[in-house]
Write a protein that binds this ligand. Structure first.
Ligand code: ZN
Length: 61
């Protein structure tokens, strides 16, 4: 069971804008397992975020 050791990590999801050569980056947080490749996007209201992660999330683009 990986869930107990999951770590919250900032990830920039880069998406191609359809019909163009432009990309957009979406800043999200992911739960990542340090022991394997498992990860999942953190959803819902997250509490006790560090100021660094709060700043990362608010810095869209
Ligand atoms: Zn794992």
């Amino acid at each position: 069971m990986c869930g107990e050791s999951m770590k919250l990590a900032p990830v920039a999801q880069v998406n191609r804008i359809a019909g163009t050569t432009q990309t957009s980056a979406r800043h999200v947080l992911e739960w990542q397992c340090p022991d394997c490749d498992y990860f999942e996007e953190a959803e819902g209201q997250l509490t006790d975020l560090s100021p660094e992660l709060e700043a990362w999330l608010s810095d869209q683009g």
